[in-house]
Ligand binder design. Structure first.
Ligand SMILES: Cc1ncc(C[n+]2csc(CCOP(=O)(O)OP(=O)(O)O)c2C)c(N)n1
Ligand code: SF4
Ligand SMILES: [Mg+2]
Length: 256
């Protein structure tokens, strides 16, 4: 269904409840239909439900989600592009009692800093990495990333990603899962209500692995970017289901 946004809605929207987590201090400024605020919401809910807000530190990369640092009531620092797992390693080693997590995009984790996450995983660092994968460098205008799926249109692959010219997408969660230092690795998606709940359960298990001292955990979450994908806002979830979710698959890859 295409929602006509050219004028005010015919039937005014009715707010049935306030679902905003109390750790959110304000409204986000991301595009309508963006999946990243949904992922942030479940991340904050998990921190709250595990009662670790007061002893959590987030390390945020660079991307559209970077603006969350202003509206999340959690201690965070922002480091150089792609370097979050290294910063998180340092924090965790100095403050082992703190729950340390990264919040990164596919461009940040898979392009700018793939070595960082792979080495952190191989070392078995007791941290939790979260990658929001929308298959584009959303913040800089929607260029192709290492995770852009074949056929996907981006600003730098306007006719669709072609393996001859652009190579094949990198499945980050699968790469990380192949390393022995990992305790929990999963890939979720926020394109349906059930998917959101499943992704939340994955985040909870990842943080629980860290709290248990089990080793490195990672959750890759596929998130809609209708702006960068050149698809109408309301078609973002269906586009994601038919493309990225088919390529990567959803589920748990490592549970120990
Ligand atoms: C070293 C460095 N290179 C490039 C940039 C520009 N840059 C900022 S955000 C960004 C895109 C990040 O994409 P992603 O992590 O996928 O996040 P998204 O915007 O898609 O949520 C880039 C390339 C930068 N800030 N620093
Ligand atoms: S460009 Fe994409 S990732 Fe960035 S806010 Fe808009 S929809 Fe979200
Ligand atoms: Mg991205």
């Amino acid at each position: 269904m295409i929602i006509d946004t050219s004028g005010p809605p015919v039937v005014p929207a009715k707010q049935v409840a306030d679902f905003k987590p109390s750790l959110l201090l304000g409204e986000h400024s991301l595009c309508p239909g963006c999946g990243e605020p949904v992922a942030l919401r479940i991340l904050l809910e998990v921190l709250q439900e595990l009662d670790i807000v007061q002893r959590s530190i987030g390390v945020v990369g660079h991307g559209c989600y970077g603006s969350f640092v202003r509206i999340m009531d959690v201690d965070v620092l922002q480091c150089l592009h792609g370097r979050a797992p290294a910063c998180a390693t340092g924090i965790k080693r100095v403050r082992p009692g703190v729950a340390v997590f990264t919040l990164q995009g596919d461009g940040d984790m898979a392009n700018e800093g793939l070595q960082e996450v792979l080495h952190a995983a191989a070392r078995g660092e007791n941290i939790t990495c979260v990658m929001l994968n929308n298959g584009v460098f959303g913040d800089t205008g929607g260029q192709q990333t290492a995770t852009t799926v074949l056929g996907q249109r981006t600003k730098t692959s306007i006719d669709g990603r072609d393996p001859e010219a652009h190579g094949y997408p990198i499945p980050v969660a699968d790469l990380v899962a192949s390393l022995r230092g990992t305790a929990y690795v999963a890939r979720g998606a926020v394109s349906t209500a059930a998917g959101v709940l499943q992704a939340k359960r994955m985040l909870r298990k990842a943080f629980q692995a860290q709290l248990d001292g089990a080793g490195f955990s990672l959750v890759e979450i596929l998130t809609m970017c209708p702006t960068g994908w050149f698809v109408p806002t309301a078609e973002g979830p269906a586009y994601q289901q038919g493309t990225m979710e088919q390529t990567y698959g959803i589920g748990e890859l490592v549970t120990r």
